[in-house]
Design a protein around this ligand. Structure first.
Ligand code: ATP
Length: 435
Protein backbone atom coordinates (compact mmCIF):
# COMPACT_ATOMS: atom_id res chain seq x y z
CA UNK A 1 0.00 0.00 0.00
CA UNK A 2 1.41 3.44 -0.90
CA UNK A 3 2.31 5.89 1.86
CA UNK A 4 -0.69 7.59 3.44
CA UNK A 5 1.30 10.23 5.32
CA UNK A 6 3.93 12.53 3.87
CA UNK A 7 5.97 11.96 7.05
CA UNK A 8 6.55 8.32 6.05
CA UNK A 9 8.71 9.32 3.10
CA UNK A 10 10.13 12.47 4.70
CA UNK A 11 11.53 10.30 7.50
CA UNK A 12 12.78 7.61 5.15
CA UNK A 13 14.45 10.24 2.97
CA UNK A 14 16.28 11.73 5.94
CA UNK A 15 17.16 8.39 7.55
CA UNK A 16 18.55 6.79 4.41
CA UNK A 17 20.12 9.79 2.70
CA UNK A 18 17.70 10.70 -0.05
CA UNK A 19 16.88 14.29 0.92
CA UNK A 20 18.16 16.55 3.69
CA UNK A 21 16.98 20.01 4.74
CA UNK A 22 19.36 22.48 3.11
CA UNK A 23 22.06 24.14 5.29
CA UNK A 24 20.87 22.00 8.21
CA UNK A 25 23.93 22.70 10.39
CA UNK A 26 22.87 26.37 10.33
CA UNK A 27 19.33 25.55 11.35
CA UNK A 28 18.08 24.91 7.82
CA UNK A 29 17.14 27.21 4.98
CA UNK A 30 13.39 27.36 4.72
CA UNK A 31 11.87 25.07 2.11
CA UNK A 32 15.18 24.26 0.47
CA UNK A 33 16.48 20.73 0.21
CA UNK A 34 19.72 19.00 -0.64
CA UNK A 35 19.70 15.63 -2.34
CA UNK A 36 21.99 13.11 -0.66
CA UNK A 37 23.81 10.05 -2.02
CA UNK A 38 20.58 8.16 -2.82
CA UNK A 39 18.31 11.10 -3.65
CA UNK A 40 20.73 12.60 -6.15
CA UNK A 41 20.86 9.25 -7.95
CA UNK A 42 17.09 8.89 -7.93
CA UNK A 43 16.48 12.47 -9.11
CA UNK A 44 18.90 11.84 -11.94
CA UNK A 45 17.06 8.62 -12.79
CA UNK A 46 13.75 10.50 -12.96
CA UNK A 47 15.27 13.03 -15.37
CA UNK A 48 17.03 10.29 -17.40
CA UNK A 49 13.77 8.33 -17.69
CA UNK A 50 12.10 11.47 -19.03
CA UNK A 51 14.89 12.13 -21.55
CA UNK A 52 14.81 8.49 -22.62
CA UNK A 53 11.08 8.59 -23.38
CA UNK A 54 10.84 12.15 -24.67
CA UNK A 55 14.07 12.39 -26.69
CA UNK A 56 16.02 9.15 -27.05
CA UNK A 57 13.15 6.91 -28.14
CA UNK A 58 11.76 9.47 -30.63
CA UNK A 59 13.12 10.87 -33.86
CA UNK A 60 11.15 14.12 -33.64
CA UNK A 61 12.46 15.70 -30.42
CA UNK A 62 15.90 17.21 -29.70
CA UNK A 63 17.44 18.26 -26.38
CA UNK A 64 18.99 21.61 -25.44
CA UNK A 65 20.53 23.08 -22.28
CA UNK A 66 19.99 26.85 -22.13
CA UNK A 67 21.24 29.50 -19.70
CA UNK A 68 19.52 30.02 -16.34
CA UNK A 69 20.17 33.78 -16.23
CA UNK A 70 18.36 35.90 -18.80
CA UNK A 71 18.08 39.55 -19.78
CA UNK A 72 14.83 41.47 -19.06
CA UNK A 73 13.95 41.50 -22.79
CA UNK A 74 13.28 37.75 -22.77
CA UNK A 75 10.85 37.99 -19.88
CA UNK A 76 9.25 41.15 -21.17
CA UNK A 77 8.48 39.33 -24.41
CA UNK A 78 7.33 36.15 -22.66
CA UNK A 79 4.92 38.13 -20.48
CA UNK A 80 6.55 37.03 -17.23
CA UNK A 81 7.49 40.57 -16.15
CA UNK A 82 3.88 41.71 -16.48
CA UNK A 83 1.91 38.59 -15.66
CA UNK A 84 3.91 36.02 -13.72
CA UNK A 85 2.51 36.82 -10.33
CA UNK A 86 0.43 35.27 -7.59
CA UNK A 87 -2.21 37.19 -5.60
CA UNK A 88 -0.61 37.93 -2.21
CA UNK A 89 -2.77 38.68 0.85
CA UNK A 90 -1.70 39.44 4.43
CA UNK A 91 -3.66 38.35 7.47
CA UNK A 92 -4.13 41.51 9.54
CA UNK A 93 -4.28 39.56 12.82
CA UNK A 94 -1.51 36.96 12.60
CA UNK A 95 0.53 38.84 9.95
CA UNK A 96 1.04 35.70 7.90
CA UNK A 97 1.07 35.83 4.10
CA UNK A 98 -0.99 33.67 1.81
CA UNK A 99 -1.82 33.10 -1.81
CA UNK A 100 -5.38 34.30 -2.16
CA UNK A 101 -6.20 31.52 -4.64
CA UNK A 102 -5.14 28.93 -2.08
CA UNK A 103 -7.18 30.29 0.84
CA UNK A 104 -10.24 28.26 1.56
CA UNK A 105 -13.24 30.61 1.62
CA UNK A 106 -10.96 33.36 3.01
CA UNK A 107 -10.48 31.27 6.11
CA UNK A 108 -7.03 31.82 7.63
CA UNK A 109 -5.34 28.41 7.63
CA UNK A 110 -3.88 29.28 11.03
CA UNK A 111 -7.42 29.30 12.40
CA UNK A 112 -6.88 32.55 14.33
CA UNK A 113 -10.12 34.06 15.49
CA UNK A 114 -11.25 37.15 13.63
CA UNK A 115 -8.65 37.03 10.87
CA UNK A 116 -9.16 39.55 8.09
CA UNK A 117 -7.16 39.93 4.94
CA UNK A 118 -5.70 42.81 3.01
CA UNK A 119 -6.69 43.33 -0.61
CA UNK A 120 -4.74 40.98 -2.89
CA UNK A 121 -1.75 42.46 -4.66
CA UNK A 122 0.15 40.93 -7.55
CA UNK A 123 3.46 39.53 -6.34
CA UNK A 124 5.91 38.75 -9.15
CA UNK A 125 7.49 35.35 -8.65
CA UNK A 126 10.70 35.96 -10.57
CA UNK A 127 14.03 36.23 -8.79
CA UNK A 128 15.87 39.31 -9.90
CA UNK A 129 19.60 39.82 -9.53
CA UNK A 130 22.43 41.90 -10.99
CA UNK A 131 25.14 40.92 -13.41
CA UNK A 132 28.51 42.58 -12.97
CA UNK A 133 29.75 45.02 -10.35
CA UNK A 134 27.35 47.92 -10.96
CA UNK A 135 23.79 47.71 -9.72
CA UNK A 136 21.71 49.61 -12.20
CA UNK A 137 19.02 49.30 -14.80
CA UNK A 138 21.30 47.84 -17.46
CA UNK A 139 22.66 45.17 -15.12
CA UNK A 140 19.34 43.62 -14.08
CA UNK A 141 19.01 39.94 -14.91
CA UNK A 142 16.42 37.32 -14.01
CA UNK A 143 16.69 33.70 -13.02
CA UNK A 144 14.41 31.78 -15.32
CA UNK A 145 11.04 30.83 -13.78
CA UNK A 146 10.58 28.06 -16.38
CA UNK A 147 12.90 26.39 -18.86
CA UNK A 148 10.47 26.98 -21.74
CA UNK A 149 11.77 30.37 -22.88
CA UNK A 150 15.12 28.73 -23.70
CA UNK A 151 13.34 26.66 -26.34
CA UNK A 152 11.52 29.65 -27.87
CA UNK A 153 14.54 31.93 -28.11
CA UNK A 154 16.52 29.09 -29.72
CA UNK A 155 13.74 28.06 -32.12
CA UNK A 156 15.47 29.45 -35.22
CA UNK A 157 18.89 28.10 -34.18
CA UNK A 158 17.51 24.60 -33.66
CA UNK A 159 15.43 24.68 -36.82
CA UNK A 160 18.52 25.59 -38.86
CA UNK A 161 20.95 23.19 -37.25
CA UNK A 162 18.87 20.10 -36.47
CA UNK A 163 17.14 19.62 -39.84
CA UNK A 164 13.83 19.04 -38.03
CA UNK A 165 10.53 20.38 -39.30
CA UNK A 166 7.11 20.65 -37.64
CA UNK A 167 5.80 18.61 -36.01
CA UNK A 168 8.96 18.46 -33.89
CA UNK A 169 9.94 19.21 -30.31
CA UNK A 170 12.70 20.89 -28.32
CA UNK A 171 13.17 19.49 -24.84
CA UNK A 172 15.10 20.68 -21.82
CA UNK A 173 15.76 19.57 -18.26
CA UNK A 174 17.07 22.04 -15.76
CA UNK A 175 16.67 24.34 -12.78
CA UNK A 176 13.99 26.99 -12.53
CA UNK A 177 13.40 29.51 -9.77
CA UNK A 178 10.21 31.02 -8.37
CA UNK A 179 9.86 33.20 -5.33
CA UNK A 180 6.89 31.17 -4.10
CA UNK A 181 4.73 32.85 -1.45
CA UNK A 182 3.90 29.57 0.25
CA UNK A 183 6.52 26.90 -0.42
CA UNK A 184 5.94 23.65 1.43
CA UNK A 185 4.91 20.02 1.50
CA UNK A 186 8.52 18.82 1.45
CA UNK A 187 9.90 18.83 -2.13
CA UNK A 188 6.46 19.47 -3.69
CA UNK A 189 6.83 23.26 -3.77
CA UNK A 190 10.25 24.87 -3.35
CA UNK A 191 11.76 28.10 -4.65
CA UNK A 192 14.45 26.28 -6.58
CA UNK A 193 13.41 23.20 -8.51
CA UNK A 194 14.02 21.23 -11.67
CA UNK A 195 11.72 21.10 -14.64
CA UNK A 196 11.43 18.70 -17.56
CA UNK A 197 9.76 20.59 -20.38
CA UNK A 198 9.22 20.06 -24.08
CA UNK A 199 7.88 22.51 -26.64
CA UNK A 200 6.29 20.64 -29.54
CA UNK A 201 5.97 22.86 -32.63
CA UNK A 202 3.12 21.91 -34.95
CA UNK A 203 1.15 23.24 -37.93
CA UNK A 204 -1.65 25.36 -36.37
CA UNK A 205 -4.44 23.08 -37.59
CA UNK A 206 -2.85 20.09 -35.81
CA UNK A 207 -2.63 21.71 -32.38
CA UNK A 208 -5.68 20.02 -30.80
CA UNK A 209 -4.71 16.61 -32.15
CA UNK A 210 -1.23 16.84 -30.64
CA UNK A 211 -2.62 18.17 -27.36
CA UNK A 212 -4.75 15.01 -26.99
CA UNK A 213 -1.77 12.91 -28.01
CA UNK A 214 0.57 14.42 -25.41
CA UNK A 215 -2.01 14.22 -22.61
CA UNK A 216 -2.22 10.45 -23.21
CA UNK A 217 1.51 9.91 -23.70
CA UNK A 218 2.42 11.77 -20.55
CA UNK A 219 -0.17 10.07 -18.36
CA UNK A 220 1.12 6.69 -19.54
CA UNK A 221 4.69 7.64 -18.69
CA UNK A 222 3.85 7.79 -14.96
CA UNK A 223 1.89 4.54 -15.13
CA UNK A 224 4.68 2.70 -16.95
CA UNK A 225 7.13 3.82 -14.28
CA UNK A 226 4.99 2.29 -11.57
CA UNK A 227 2.42 4.79 -10.30
CA UNK A 228 -0.95 2.99 -10.01
CA UNK A 229 -3.52 4.52 -12.41
CA UNK A 230 -5.98 5.15 -9.56
CA UNK A 231 -3.50 7.58 -7.97
CA UNK A 232 -3.41 9.68 -11.17
CA UNK A 233 -5.94 11.84 -12.96
CA UNK A 234 -6.07 14.40 -15.75
CA UNK A 235 -7.87 17.64 -14.93
CA UNK A 236 -8.68 20.29 -17.53
CA UNK A 237 -8.25 23.91 -16.39
CA UNK A 238 -11.34 26.07 -16.42
CA UNK A 239 -11.19 29.47 -18.13
CA UNK A 240 -10.15 31.52 -15.04
CA UNK A 241 -7.23 29.21 -14.28
CA UNK A 242 -5.63 29.45 -17.72
CA UNK A 243 -2.21 31.13 -18.00
CA UNK A 244 -1.86 34.26 -20.11
CA UNK A 245 -0.53 32.26 -23.08
CA UNK A 246 -2.80 29.23 -22.94
CA UNK A 247 -5.72 28.18 -25.16
CA UNK A 248 -6.24 25.04 -23.10
CA UNK A 249 -4.34 23.27 -20.33
CA UNK A 250 -4.74 19.96 -18.55
CA UNK A 251 -2.88 18.96 -15.42
CA UNK A 252 -1.75 15.47 -14.61
CA UNK A 253 -2.41 15.19 -10.90
CA UNK A 254 -1.26 12.71 -8.28
CA UNK A 255 -3.19 11.82 -5.16
CA UNK A 256 -0.81 13.18 -2.52
CA UNK A 257 -1.55 12.48 1.16
CA UNK A 258 -3.04 16.02 1.41
CA UNK A 259 -5.12 15.73 -1.78
CA UNK A 260 -4.73 15.94 -5.55
CA UNK A 261 -1.66 17.94 -6.65
CA UNK A 262 -0.19 18.83 -10.04
CA UNK A 263 2.76 16.84 -11.39
CA UNK A 264 2.68 18.21 -14.89
CA UNK A 265 0.76 20.68 -17.04
CA UNK A 266 0.09 20.08 -20.73
CA UNK A 267 -0.68 23.40 -22.40
CA UNK A 268 -1.70 24.59 -25.84
CA UNK A 269 0.46 27.71 -25.99
CA UNK A 270 -0.70 28.60 -29.53
CA UNK A 271 1.87 30.79 -31.36
CA UNK A 272 1.91 33.30 -28.51
CA UNK A 273 5.56 32.83 -27.52
CA UNK A 274 7.09 32.75 -31.01
CA UNK A 275 5.05 35.79 -32.06
CA UNK A 276 6.04 37.76 -28.98
CA UNK A 277 9.74 36.92 -29.28
CA UNK A 278 9.60 37.74 -32.96
CA UNK A 279 7.98 41.10 -32.20
CA UNK A 280 10.45 42.02 -29.44
CA UNK A 281 13.62 40.72 -31.12
CA UNK A 282 12.66 41.79 -34.66
CA UNK A 283 13.70 38.33 -35.89
CA UNK A 284 11.61 36.01 -38.01
CA UNK A 285 10.52 33.00 -35.97
CA UNK A 286 8.45 31.02 -38.42
CA UNK A 287 8.66 28.03 -40.72
CA UNK A 288 8.49 27.80 -44.48
CA UNK A 289 6.86 24.58 -45.60
CA UNK A 290 8.31 23.78 -49.00
CA UNK A 291 5.72 21.09 -49.68
CA UNK A 292 2.78 23.50 -49.47
CA UNK A 293 4.69 26.70 -50.24
CA UNK A 294 3.32 28.19 -47.03
CA UNK A 295 4.99 30.22 -44.32
CA UNK A 296 3.50 29.98 -40.84
CA UNK A 297 4.31 30.48 -37.16
CA UNK A 298 4.00 27.04 -35.56
CA UNK A 299 1.63 26.42 -32.68
CA UNK A 300 3.06 24.86 -29.55
CA UNK A 301 1.90 22.03 -27.31
CA UNK A 302 3.91 21.91 -24.11
CA UNK A 303 4.14 19.06 -21.61
CA UNK A 304 5.84 20.67 -18.56
CA UNK A 305 6.72 18.47 -15.61
CA UNK A 306 8.66 18.94 -12.37
CA UNK A 307 11.42 16.47 -11.53
CA UNK A 308 11.33 16.96 -7.75
CA UNK A 309 7.56 16.80 -7.42
CA UNK A 310 7.52 13.74 -9.61
CA UNK A 311 10.21 12.12 -7.49
CA UNK A 312 8.05 12.69 -4.38
CA UNK A 313 5.11 11.02 -6.15
CA UNK A 314 7.24 8.03 -7.20
CA UNK A 315 8.46 7.65 -3.61
CA UNK A 316 4.97 7.88 -2.11
CA UNK A 317 3.53 5.40 -4.61
CA UNK A 318 6.41 2.93 -4.14
CA UNK A 319 6.36 3.01 -0.34
CA UNK A 320 5.10 -0.18 1.28
CA UNK A 321 5.18 -1.94 4.61
CA UNK A 322 4.79 -5.70 4.82
CA UNK A 323 5.84 -8.63 6.98
CA UNK A 324 8.63 -11.04 6.02
CA UNK A 325 9.43 -14.03 8.26
CA UNK A 326 7.26 -12.52 11.02
CA UNK A 327 9.23 -9.29 10.90
CA UNK A 328 7.80 -6.00 9.64
CA UNK A 329 9.75 -4.42 6.81
CA UNK A 330 9.60 -1.17 4.86
CA UNK A 331 10.12 -1.59 1.16
CA UNK A 332 10.30 0.90 -1.71
CA UNK A 333 8.85 -0.90 -4.71
CA UNK A 334 10.49 1.48 -7.15
CA UNK A 335 10.64 0.76 -10.87
CA UNK A 336 14.21 -0.49 -11.58
CA UNK A 337 14.87 2.52 -13.81
CA UNK A 338 14.17 4.87 -10.88
CA UNK A 339 15.85 2.90 -8.08
CA UNK A 340 19.10 4.57 -6.95
CA UNK A 341 20.94 1.25 -7.11
CA UNK A 342 19.91 -1.54 -9.45
CA UNK A 343 21.90 -4.20 -7.62
CA UNK A 344 23.71 -4.56 -4.28
CA UNK A 345 26.68 -6.91 -4.00
CA UNK A 346 26.79 -8.43 -0.51
CA UNK A 347 29.64 -10.72 0.60
CA UNK A 348 28.11 -13.02 3.21
CA UNK A 349 30.98 -12.44 5.60
CA UNK A 350 33.56 -9.71 6.04
CA UNK A 351 36.27 -12.37 5.89
CA UNK A 352 39.04 -11.59 3.44
CA UNK A 353 38.46 -14.81 1.53
CA UNK A 354 35.20 -13.52 0.01
CA UNK A 355 36.46 -10.03 -0.85
CA UNK A 356 38.35 -10.59 -4.11
CA UNK A 357 35.44 -12.39 -5.79
CA UNK A 358 32.89 -9.89 -4.40
CA UNK A 359 34.92 -6.91 -5.60
CA UNK A 360 35.38 -8.56 -8.97
CA UNK A 361 31.59 -8.93 -9.35
CA UNK A 362 31.10 -5.34 -8.22
CA UNK A 363 33.64 -4.16 -10.77
CA UNK A 364 31.92 -6.09 -13.53
CA UNK A 365 28.34 -4.96 -12.76
CA UNK A 366 29.19 -1.36 -11.91
CA UNK A 367 30.29 -0.85 -15.51
CA UNK A 368 26.65 -1.46 -16.48
CA UNK A 369 24.74 0.47 -13.79
CA UNK A 370 24.86 1.86 -10.24
CA UNK A 371 25.73 -0.92 -7.80
CA UNK A 372 25.98 -0.73 -4.02
CA UNK A 373 28.57 -2.73 -2.08
CA UNK A 374 27.89 -3.54 1.55
CA UNK A 375 29.86 -5.91 3.76
CA UNK A 376 28.68 -4.67 7.17
CA UNK A 377 26.17 -6.26 9.59
CA UNK A 378 24.18 -9.49 9.40
CA UNK A 379 22.90 -10.41 5.95
CA UNK A 380 19.23 -10.09 6.99
CA UNK A 381 19.73 -6.49 8.07
CA UNK A 382 21.57 -5.72 4.86
CA UNK A 383 18.63 -7.11 2.83
CA UNK A 384 16.26 -4.88 4.82
CA UNK A 385 18.36 -1.83 4.14
CA UNK A 386 18.37 -2.53 0.41
CA UNK A 387 14.59 -3.14 0.50
CA UNK A 388 14.10 0.21 2.18
CA UNK A 389 16.13 2.10 -0.43
CA UNK A 390 14.43 0.29 -3.30
CA UNK A 391 17.31 -1.85 -4.67
CA UNK A 392 15.56 -4.41 -6.91
CA UNK A 393 18.21 -7.18 -6.56
CA UNK A 394 20.87 -8.28 -4.11
CA UNK A 395 23.72 -10.54 -5.20
CA UNK A 396 25.10 -12.52 -2.29
CA UNK A 397 28.57 -14.03 -2.45
CA UNK A 398 29.04 -16.90 0.04
CA UNK A 399 31.70 -19.50 0.79
CA UNK A 400 30.20 -21.96 -1.70
CA UNK A 401 30.67 -19.31 -4.40
CA UNK A 402 34.41 -19.93 -4.23
CA UNK A 403 33.80 -23.59 -5.10
CA UNK A 404 30.81 -23.55 -7.46
CA UNK A 405 31.40 -20.13 -9.09
CA UNK A 406 27.76 -19.26 -8.44
CA UNK A 407 25.99 -16.56 -6.40
CA UNK A 408 22.52 -16.00 -4.99
CA UNK A 409 20.20 -13.39 -6.47
CA UNK A 410 17.55 -12.16 -4.05
CA UNK A 411 14.53 -10.21 -5.29
CA UNK A 412 13.31 -7.18 -3.37
CA UNK A 413 9.59 -7.57 -4.05
CA UNK A 414 9.15 -11.31 -3.46
CA UNK A 415 12.29 -11.93 -1.31
CA UNK A 416 12.77 -15.15 -3.34
CA UNK A 417 16.31 -16.38 -3.91
CA UNK A 418 17.86 -18.08 -6.89
CA UNK A 419 21.33 -19.56 -7.43
CA UNK A 420 22.97 -18.32 -10.62
CA UNK A 421 26.38 -19.15 -12.19
CA UNK A 422 28.61 -16.04 -12.12
CA UNK A 423 29.19 -16.50 -15.84
CA UNK A 424 25.47 -15.89 -16.43
CA UNK A 425 24.98 -13.15 -13.83
CA UNK A 426 24.98 -10.23 -16.26
CA UNK A 427 22.45 -11.75 -18.64
CA UNK A 428 20.16 -13.00 -15.84
CA UNK A 429 20.12 -9.56 -14.20
CA UNK A 430 19.56 -7.91 -17.55
CA UNK A 431 16.45 -9.97 -18.20
CA UNK A 432 15.15 -9.40 -14.66
CA UNK A 433 15.76 -5.63 -14.74
CA UNK A 434 14.48 -5.28 -18.29
CA UNK A 435 17.58 -3.37 -19.49
P1 ATP B 1 1.49 25.25 -9.25
O1 ATP B 1 0.08 25.55 -9.74
O2 ATP B 1 1.62 24.03 -8.38
O3 ATP B 1 2.20 26.44 -8.71
P2 ATP B 1 2.28 25.68 -11.95
O4 ATP B 1 0.99 25.36 -12.68
O5 ATP B 1 2.64 27.09 -11.73
O6 ATP B 1 2.32 24.86 -10.57
P3 ATP B 1 3.92 25.09 -14.21
O7 ATP B 1 4.26 26.49 -14.48
O8 ATP B 1 2.93 24.41 -15.11
O9 ATP B 1 3.46 24.93 -12.69
O10 ATP B 1 5.26 24.25 -14.15
C1 ATP B 1 5.36 22.93 -14.62
C2 ATP B 1 5.74 21.97 -13.52
O11 ATP B 1 6.87 22.44 -12.79
C3 ATP B 1 4.68 21.77 -12.44
O12 ATP B 1 3.71 20.85 -12.87
C4 ATP B 1 5.48 21.24 -11.29
O13 ATP B 1 5.72 19.84 -11.42
C5 ATP B 1 6.80 21.98 -11.45
N1 ATP B 1 6.83 23.10 -10.51
C6 ATP B 1 6.31 24.34 -10.68
N2 ATP B 1 6.53 25.11 -9.60
C7 ATP B 1 7.23 24.34 -8.73
C8 ATP B 1 7.76 24.57 -7.41
N3 ATP B 1 7.66 25.76 -6.82
N4 ATP B 1 8.42 23.55 -6.81
C9 ATP B 1 8.54 22.34 -7.41
N5 ATP B 1 8.06 22.08 -8.63
C10 ATP B 1 7.41 23.06 -9.30
Amino acid sequence: MPATELEQIVNLCKRRGFVYPSAEIYGGFRSSYDYGPLGSLMLRNVKDAWVRTMVQERDDVVLIDAAILGPPAVFEASGHLANFSDPLVDCTVCNKRFREDQLDARDCPNKMKGCTFTEARAFNLMFQTHAGPVEGEGATVYMRPETAQGMFVNFANVLQTSRKKPPFGIAQVGKSFRNEITPGNFIFRTREFEQMEMEFFVPPAESSKWYEYWCNERLNWYIELGIPAELLRIRAHDAVELSHYSAGTSDIEFKFPWGWGELEGIAQRTNFDLNRHSEFSHQKLDYFDQATNERYVPYVVEPAAGANRTMAAFLLAAYDEDVVNDEPRTVLRLHPRLAPYKVAVLPLSKKDTLMPLSKQIFGQLSKLYMVDFDETQAIGRRYRRQDEIGTPFCVTVDFDSLEDQAVTIRERDTTTQERVPIAQLESVLQSKLGF
